[in-house]
Design a protein around this ligand. Sequence first.
Ligand SMILES: C[S@@+](CC[C@H](N)C(=O)[O-])C[C@H]1O[C@@H](n2cnc3c(N)ncnc32)[C@H](O)[C@@H]1O
Length: 440
Amino acid sequence: MGKRVLGAEPRWLAARACLGVLDRGQALDGVLSDLLQSLESSRDRSLGRRLAHAVLRDWPALNHLLGQLLERTPRRRDRPVWFVLAVGLAELRQAREPAPAVVHAAVESIRLAGLGRLSGLVNGVLRQFIRRRSELEGALPDDPVIRHGYPNWLIRLLQEDWPDDWIRILEQGNQPPPLWLRVNRHYWTRDEACRALIEAGHACRAPDELPDAICLKQRAAVSRLPGFVEGGLSVQDGAAQMVVEYLDPGDGDRVLDACSAPGGKSAHILERADVELTAVDIDPERLADVASTLERLRLSARLVAGDATRPEDWWDGQPFDRILIDAPCSATGVIRRHPDIRWLRSQADIQALVRTQTLMVDKLWPLLAPGGILVYSTCSVLAAENRLQAQSLVERHDALEVLEHDELPGRPQRPGRQLLPGDRDLDGFYHLAVRRLHAG
Ligand SMILES: C[S@@+](CC[C@H](N)C(=O)[O-])C[C@H]1O[C@@H](n2cnc3c(N)ncnc32)[C@H](O)[C@@H]1O
């Protein structure tokens, strides 16, 4: 044959990406963008991405099946074979391609991995799975970890926090999300943007309660959307766009975005009002992304590489009219976009995040002018980071008024509002807005 088997490379890269996430703790987006850039065809890149997502969403079941199919665990240096097989199994379970083509591509993948001596094993294991599929799948343990593809600690937390909704949260985390866009009001109106999108063949929806948002049901190559290159559109989930509704910035306000990278909400604030914005982030590399985001949209802000829990290092002493704490969090509300999160986080991480969030709120509260509004938001669905964090904030600081926003989507939490993933097609998100009544 001598020629490359069609689709072997994206499959091998998907396997490598999963190895990076699961064995080395690397973030999927970073590994995938490094690996997939070697592929010329966008079809191959999306196949690689889709298969990596499929493996990470179904890892416990795939792992279990591989344990049944392989007589012994591969030696350390042969570890890639486990992931090549996981990609093959995931693809066979999805049944989008003919089974022989999947086996063929997996065999070629292991050759690309430099482990051609294992090609017989790959061939044999996948063929065995095809033959015994219903028996093996029927014998999968009846356990939520296997059924839904999440770690046990996270399932337990969700069961405690959302006794009626935890299954739906897990299921939604395994659904592909829609594409949400934000319209740049400096460039055009939402009606104009919708018309241009429809003319270009994209069915879209513009919900009343999210004035800058457009939801495309079908995925699309973003850079080819009308107005995107010119800065008229940005990609941002509708739930993230709601932050600006809570913050309610006005012309002339001094605004602090305390955790700003990569700059989605900073940009939205600047598109919404003519404010003096200070965008802080602890990570200088990520702060460079804020600079690029703003540059693309021809917006500007004062960028500060600094620690939001140490404002004494960077604050000029002038109070802010608006403070946004879009806090570092478990990101358990955006697992549908980032299936790796469930494997990269641990329960200990959540406790550490909660401590940082609390400290951030307490350190930034004195920077808020009397009458000013502080918004605390997370893309988490965990009570410890949201409702409980907010309740304790309200108890610790008495000179404040909670601003309930019953007109906005979300489940009232007293205080704040929670969106669960998939509610109105949105990401899981928590929002709390409070007004400072007077100094002290
Ligand atoms: C949820 S992301 C922010 C997303 C951003 N608001 C947006 O809309 O694009 C949280 C950010 O907090 C930053 N961060 C974490 N700890 C921080 C700290 N102590 N001070 C400032 N930023 C911090 C992280 O680097 C990360 O960029």
